[in-house]
Design a protein around this ligand. Structure first.
Ligand SMILES: [Fe+2]
Ligand SMILES: [Fe+2]
Length: 293
């Protein structure tokens, strides 16, 4: 199966259709794939001061700036100051970047595969932000991915929760223990926590304990639930046939042809009571969250 990308570069534009790792292969590992899931890959960019990269293309990508600096997009000539510790949702497109500042720039980002599939979550989705909001902070999100941090003091642990497919990138800490499952048990797995370590984590439930000696801090890039167009198609045919046959044929012919005193008292109570209770429970809508920082 091809794991291509939905690129943004127009045909003929410099770097269009070539991903960042392929375009810069052999160039001091400026772009490096840290880990992969079926639905996406996690990439780290290290661009030393003064160095530039080769033209390349990206799908929409959700990134976090570990160390920022001053960059120039050489195809357009635009310059930008990239602040430290900021999550940014970048649109798809081609570019060519040069580090024109005095600091090395380090960025980590997730790129979704065009034909990727998510692992199935076989329990209720209970995100850690909802059960431990003091430990988990959302930095940026849209309808496809969210970027958030986990911070935990030594000895602390979070309540059981669950995730969809996600990547973890370690910023601080020296030891974390994972307890897989919907409830904490004796089954556990120690995770080698150290700055720069990255892990792909398939959908599932667990809880986490900081079993290290210092505060731990990690980035999480988590996919959102896949859109399911089938739900909309099935809902409409059920509503239409239930409403029309019952309400219209009985009420209209009798009320207009015969005398008014006999028709009206019978028609009005039946129509009002039959139609409303049956229609309302069928109509359900879902709404998405879209926030860009
Ligand atoms: Fe890039
Ligand atoms: Fe978790």
């Amino acid at each position: 199966m091809s794991k291509g990308f939905v690129f943004g570069g127009k045909d003929g534009a410099e770097g269009a259709g070539v991903d960042c790792c392929t375009a810069n292969a052999g160039k001091n590992e400026v772009y490096k794939v840290l880990c992969e899931l079926e639905c996406a890959r996690l990439v780290e960019m290290n661009l030393p001061a003064g160095q530039g990269d080769e033209p390349h293309d990206h799908p929409i990508h959700h990134m976090y700036v570990i160390q920022g600096g001053k960059l120039k997009e050489e195809l357009s000539g635009n310059e930008m100051d990239l602040p430290d510790h900021q999550a940014i949702i970048m649109p798809a497109g081609n570019h060519k970047i040069r580090n024109i500042g005095e600091t090395d720039v380090k960025i980590v980002f997730v790129e979704p595969y065009a034909n990727g599939t998510q692992n199935e979550l076989k329990c209720e989705l209970i995100l850690p932000q909802t059960v431990a909001p003091t430990m988990y902070k959302t930095l940026a999100e849209d309808e496809t991915w969210s970027v958030y941090t986990m911070e935990m003091e030594p000895g602390c642990e979070d309540p059981p929760h669950s995730h969809l497919d996600h990547f973890v990138y370690v910023l601080e800490g020296d030891g974390v223990t994972i307890y897989p499952g919907e409830q904490k048990s004796d089954v556990k797995k120690e995770v080698p926590f150290a700055f720069g370590a990255a892990f792909p984590v398939p959908a599932g439930p667990h809880c986490v304990q900081n079993t290290g000696t210092t505060k731990c801090k990690a980035l999480v890039f988590e996919v959102k639930p896949e859109a399911k167009p089938e739900a909309k198609v099935e809902a409409k045919p059920e509503i239409v046939p239930e409403m029309k046959p019952e309400a219209e044929p009985e009420a209209k012919p009798e009320a207009k042809v015969e005398t008014k005193p006999a028709a009206e008292p019978e028609v009005k109570p039946e129509v009002a009571q039959k139609t409303e209770p049956e229609v309302k429970p069928v109509k359900k809508k879902k709404s998405g969250i879209c926030t860009l920082l």
